[in-house]
Design a protein around this ligand. Sequence first.
Ligand SMILES: Cc1cc2nc3c(=O)[nH]c(=O)nc-3n(C[C@H](O)[C@H](O)[C@H](O)COP(=O)(O)OP(=O)(O)OC[C@H]3O[C@@H](n4cnc5c(N)ncnc54)[C@H](O)[C@@H]3O)c2cc1C
Ligand code: FES
Length: 264
Amino acid sequence: MTCDHPIEHLVTVRSSRRLNSQTTVLTLEAPLIAATAAPGQFVNLSCDHFLRRPIGIMAVLRHEGLVELGIRVVGDGTRELAQKRPGDQLSVLGPLGHGFRLEGLQRVITVGGGSGVFPLFFVQQVCRERGIDALAVCGYRSIDESILRDEYAGLGCQTLFAADAGDLDVAGHAADALKQLLCQLPPVPQTAVLTCGPRPMMQAVAALARDYQLPCQVSLEERMACGIGVCLVCACQVREADGATGYQRCCVDGPVFDAEVVVW
Ligand SMILES: Cc1cc2nc3c(=O)[nH]c(=O)nc-3n(C[C@H](O)[C@H](O)[C@H](O)COP(=O)(O)OP(=O)(O)OC[C@H]3O[C@@H](n4cnc5c(N)ncnc54)[C@H](O)[C@@H]3O)c2cc1C
Ligand code: FES
């Protein structure tokens, strides 16, 4: 059901699935979003607190018109959203922003840290649909904080799980696991690294991709308000074509950018 704004939808929560004490997956009945969303795009969700909250799209079930969102509780807004129950209604703006570019790629390596594994799951889903060879690296603090491990395994892609605590496949950060993977992988033309997660992790991933001469796309999580390019709250520093630094709006020019243009 749509409201007067073309991208504002009043949607119903179909189900809520608790992954651990901090994270929940919400499934929304949102056929218009499910029909058009691309991986890396996000929605802006209303809540009872000031401003909407931006959340990346984790997966879509296009035929059923369902959209899944992974929510990690960090403050009042995400706490309220994670407590939504089947039948609750939400105002949702979306799908918003520019997602990951998969056109022409033969192989994709996704590198997610913490809640960054949510939007990259959608990338993996679409790679599978399009027959793109896809590998995944997922980094967490510890096995207790790990999320979506069964879901990634269920996609059938080769996945390396890393934990700072040393209790998963690789001890260390997602970038450490990516290094291990890149050392072993035979080169394939048109390979790209796609990353989402804490900024220092993405910076390390981008540097590593550069060392291996692989293009890298990063999904930035700037603070946002409107989510539709009007308020400029989400301005992020980028390198322009002439080498000068400038600003772009993360919500409409991103949130996915080529790593080479990001001013870290
Ligand atoms: C494009 C994008 C995609 C995202 N995808 C996900 C996702 O898939 N899963 C997930 O759990 N989280 C995601 N986030 C982060 C999520 O938006 C914030 O955790 C959330 O807005 C925090 O709101 P809060 O009220 O709980 O926290 P508070 O800290 O109380 O929020 C106060 C204000 O700051 C803003 N804010 C705080 N942290 C962030 C942040 N990291 N990014 C943007 N705005 C922030 C809030 O929107 C709110 O306006 C994403 C952020 C962006 C920009
Ligand atoms: S959040 Fe308002 S311009 Fe980007």
